[in-house]
Design a protein around this ligand. Structure first.
Ligand code: F6R
Length: 271
């Protein structure tokens, strides 16, 4: 696990967009796992700018999104379908046939979940998975639980997630209580994972994700077992990480490496 320190949200967004950009340039037919929420907005804005400049071409790229609310039609402005169109897909040259988001309106949600897993498998898995992190350390909508959910599944959103997502709706009672989320198998089989964290309300979750025990009560902690995880975090979200884990002062940029599968921490500097 590599933790790259970003000065602020803009710095975080540019650094993360650079990694996604490199992925698409090196492998134009990449399968990108994408996230919604506030955290990736700056990344999508940056990628659109580079696309408009002619630096990026998404025509061969495939997108698979992490999740979608149940019972919100795709044209509902709060749906993740609408979010992705408005904030990213409508502004780049991705082929709409290569855009995949779970169908929260499916009459048989179990069948929809199986379809989504088979789809990801038929695409050959995910090359680069972008993740935000919830205040309770959820990734996708994999909420704290007694076990990790392996497959795409229907989720009852936790009270903290409903409270956090109320900001996107007029009233709390409008926030859907259920969602479909990609499971941990597809996420952890992604060849590379890029997790972004911004703001003080992510500090505890980020610390637990990187340095706490691997437990389904902290869903993001499963990433400690993955061989290629890059975390880009701003100063506020790194506030719970003890300075001893930062090799260089934050102003000079720092990378913290936590060895996958062990609690041994290795630090190294990067400029
Ligand atoms: C959304 C998703 C969620 C968010 C998380 C953080 O597709 O997968 O796990 O990444 O809830 O949300 P923000 O970025 O709004 O703080």
């Amino acid at each position: 696990m590599k933790i790259i320190h970003a000065k602020d949200y803009n710095d975080l967004s540019r650094k993360a967009a650079n990694i996604i950009s490199a992925q698409v340039i090196l492998k134009p037919e990449s399968v990108l796992g994408l996230a919604t929420g506030s955290s990736p907005l700056g990344i999508y804005r940056q990628l659109i700018i580079w696309y408009e400049k002619g630096d990026l071409d998404f025509s061969a790229t495939t997108a698979v999104n992490l999740d979608e609310y149940c019972n919100l039609p795709p044209d509902n402005p709060q749906s993740y379908h609408a979010f992705m169109r408005q904030n990213f897909f409508d502004h780049i040259n991705i082929n709409p046939a290569r855009v995949h988001i779970p169908n929260g309106m499916a009459s048989d949600l179990e069948t929809e979940c199986r379809r989504y897993d088979q789809l990801i498998q038929s695409l050959g898995g995910i090359d680069l998975q972008l993740l935000g992190i919830g205040r309770n350390a959820h990734i996708g909508f994999n909420e704290p639980d007694s076990c990790f959910s392996k497959y795409t599944h229907k989720v009852a959103l936790s009270e903290s997630t409903i409270a956090a997502n109320t900001r996107f709706f007029d009233r709390e009672e409008d926030v859907p209580r259920q969602a479909i989320s990609m499971g941990m198998q597809a996420i952890t089989q992604a060849r590379k994972i890029l997790l972004i964290a911004s703001g003080p309300d992510k500090a505890d979750a980020l610390y637990a994700c990187c340095f706490g025990p691997v437990t389904p009560q902290v869903p993001a902690s499963i990433l400690q077992l993955h061989q290629d995880v890059t975390i880009i975090a701003d100063e506020e979200s790194l506030s719970s990480v003890p300075p001893m884990f930062l090799f260089l002062p934050p102003s000079e940029g720092a990378v913290v490496c936590v060895n996958a599968g062990t609690d041994q921490k290795v630090t190294e500097g990067m400029r």
